[in-house]
Ligand binder design. Sequence first.
Ligand SMILES: [Zn+2]
Length: 1136
Amino acid sequence: MDSTLFTKPTTFYSLSNMAAQKFSYRAPLLQNYSYFRNTNATSLLHLRGSSSSRVLSLLNVTRYSTCSGQEYGSSSKRRSRGPVMAAKKSEGEKQGDGKYKHTVDLPKTAFGLRANSVVREPEIQKLWDENQGSFVLHDGPPYANGDLHMGHALNKILKDIINRYKLLQNFQVSYVPGWDCHGLPIELKGKCHQSYFVKPLENFPGCIWELNLFSNYQHGLFMRSVLVLQSLDQDARKELTPLKLRAKAAKFAKSTVKNQLAAFKRYGIWADWENPYLTLDPEYEAAQCSYHLFLLVYTNYARLKCLGKWRCKGISIEEGNQYTGVLRLELLLQRLNWRILTIYDLQYPEGHVSKSMYAVFKLVSGTTSCKLLEDFLPNLGLAIWTTTPWTIPANAAVAVNSKLQYAVVEVHSNSVETVGSSANKEKQIGRILKENENLHLIVGLDLVPTLEAKWGVKLTVKETVTGAELENCRYVHPVESRECPVIIGGDYITTESGTGLVHTAPGHGQEDYATGLKYGLPVVSPVDDEGKFTEEAGQFNGLDVLGNGNIAVIECLDENLSMIMVEPYNHKYPYDWRTKKPTIFRATEQWFASVEGFRKTAMDSISQVTWIPSQAENRISAMTSSRSDWCISRQRTWGVPIPVFYHVESKEPLMNEETIDHIKSIISQKGSDAWWYMKVEELLPEKYHDQASSYVKGTDTMDVWFDSGSSWAAVLGKRSGLSYPADLYLEGTDQHRGWFQSSLLTSIAANGKAPYRGVITHGFVLDERGFKMSKSVGNVVDPRTVIEGGKGQKESFGADVLRLWVSSVDYSGDVMIGNTVLRQMSDIYRKLRGTLRFLLGNLHDWKADYAVPYSELPMIDQYALFQLENVVKNIKESYDNYQFFKIFQIIQRFVVVDLSSFYLDVAKDRLYVGGTTSSTRRSCQTVLAAQLLSVSRVLSPILPHLAEDVWQNLPFPFTTAEGHVANFVFEAGWPVSNERHLAFPEDDVIFWGKILELRNEVNKVLEVARTQKLIGSSLEAKAYLYASDDDLVSRLVSLCSSDNEADTLHRIFLTSQVEILRTLDDVKEDDIACTGEYLIDDTSKVWIGVSRADGSKCERCWNFSPQVGSYDDHPSLCSRCHSVVSHPIPALAAAN
Ligand SMILES: [Zn+2]
């Protein structure tokens, strides 16, 4: 690995100095050979001079022990650095040590060995800022409520890699970053409610759960908001006007955006940072407002009045009506439904004690649906059991299981007295058991013995009926006098506990709600935000449902002869995990968008989108096909208002095209705050001014997922340079349920098409052991710390190392990061940097005019260009497929194996001592320039700082195909593919593969020779080859006979000579001490021998040659070096 050349300078210089000293004491051999300039390697092989010189072997052994390429082969340990060493000492060592140092072409570059990322990356980012293409990747807005984590880094860097690649491919890339700025977490984090948590809930003994049957995203938020508002004292509540709260929340969101923006920039992300989109921008709010009008305006409302409650039902719009084109699809909105809180925030601890109650609901005389019951009227009742007596006022039905058997039992209440034992002290027996004679009840047949024991009565079965037969019987509500039905419930009705008949209150339970929907039951939920009964609960108004309200209901039922028994009941009950308080369930009125109307279109469009990874299509399809209504309203202040007015008396909503357009224009100018500070009269169009006093503003805000989900309308559809649909959305897998879906649904509902052509999803970032990161566990890897160090981490890896990590992982699943991984990335980064530095350093005197025509290049150079071209081609393919980890693998292998361990290793001799303007050096530079320009560009999307740093240190201008000089790497575009380079003959590719294999095998034998102290440096060695394959032999011989030095085998092997033997018969062990054998293609045998090289060591290039000593003017030089120094180059003299 060439990095050794740069990474250990101190060791290097001191060692080279030692080498030079030894060298100067060595007497050259005085064999007098004739001119050897053009002698090729083949003829060299037959010159067997003996060499007695022993040059320090410590040198090379020590130096190469620092190499890190062990896993890539053994070659790095044995190389010669003759010319490197002879000249290197000139860098900073005292003058006069090397006579020929000025004739050696060492690398020169200002491009630093170290990335110095803390200083250099911001400098490069500034350079981009000062100098800043149609591919549209639409940014999913992160939530503006805190610091960035590694997931953000993964997401934004992946996007940036894609954007930068597209830029290189000459796309006009527009990337507008966004932030999601509304919602409760921002209210909370913005300390808009800072005083609230100080005060515990005093009056309300529990928490309110508002539960939505349907999937939704802002889980848990509403729960907390209920707590928050409850804990506000009255004064503080008055103090906190919506506008004050909104101002605080907006301030917090904007400052968070600012911080996150700075952090994203520090990752090296390119975006239109000056003009991001914020969901709180008036322009954005207005676009959203106008959009959701489309959802609402063209929807007519029909109303049903049920028991004093309003139900609004959407009526579908048929295709082909006057609104076709605006809203082509059916859309349903209901304003009555369940409110959400996630089940994930509930705990079900043991030990909750409820007052459970057995109650009687009297059947109505005249029940005709079940004739056989008539005999028992009017003394017949339905026995029910509940653990929440406070829900009785909301009772709407009694549900039975159609398959169960039920019994009409006669109650012999004279035995009540017998239950006065101490164990039953806590039981409270109802008056009905004591006072009502001739009482008959309907209970589950299987439960008769249990209930007898429980109630302490004798129950005589008089009749049996099935649940199905009970359907549609009617009973009188025990509190109010209204009639309610017996209905068929689900399998949740069993005879495991209770009575087998279930009290059903659709306003307070999920199963009840679902059952209620089937029967069109009224949804009664007379409980306010503080857990108190509302006016609707009549006599219970103002009582706490979990406290005195519960007791009052029991007392009321007892009074009405409807309570059989109350007893404590120990069971699991839903608690809020945060407050450890019991919860209650209630239904609230909400706005819902029904997906049903456009589900098919949504499903069709999903199949037309490109999903990466492809499994993602199944995920979103499953979620969309099973998705029910979308609750779009929130009872929050920090958000976009639902622009609806309600009639004070009729509660009728007022919302139409006119009202919405009017509000839209107000919001676009003044922001959504206007909804709160402007009067109804001002918010209504002029036409309605005279009716303004009859209306009040709605107080609901839009679900934040509706906010972000309409970004395609507010951003893609509005900004110049952007297009709708976007080419790509790229977010975490959780967004199948989130932004991908909300964006899809809004776009489909409005325009009948998906807002994206392609969607990429990535996994979560885990710690290096595969665990979720958490502050409490202490395994969080902070991107800022990775980049800049600090927080107990000494190393600052820089943004490029973080980006390299992003490129290395298969993001389609969960990915892992930690210090071990980062150090590996850092090592690989250094190798890449070291290689690029080597290329830069050896092109310091390069001009494009010097390029050697392809046909004149030595084969090794043509082969190198072939490899490069393939690498660029494969990398492009991987970028196009978004498989960055493949790029990481390709580039790593190319740089470490193909370049460092081979081509560049061999090239040093040509570059340093081949002669400044020699064709061998220029042809090598031709290749180097191609490698530098291509590698830096193909790497630039992943490592932009490194690539730009290289580009800014280019010692020559790069002119693009269009003829302008590229001042920045991203101006240079993607390397133009070169078909000629790719057309390197297949036979030759195979042959060069064999050469590389041969080189590895020779290295093994050289290593043995070094172990046996036969040689130190490989340049002290001469290699012998014998192959049984005649074709191979002739190709090796012809290679060696080529008219350029670059292709000769001893240069490729870094030995001083190579001899190809025609036979092994004459080989004597004394001459060739170290040997080895291997098979090529498993068939053809190759024999390798190593002896000490012939001749003496050339002072300038350290190669051994019999010609050293044969030149009177330069007795210490070999013929090659003699030729170079005999034709001095003016430019070289000037450079020195
Ligand atoms: Zn030489």
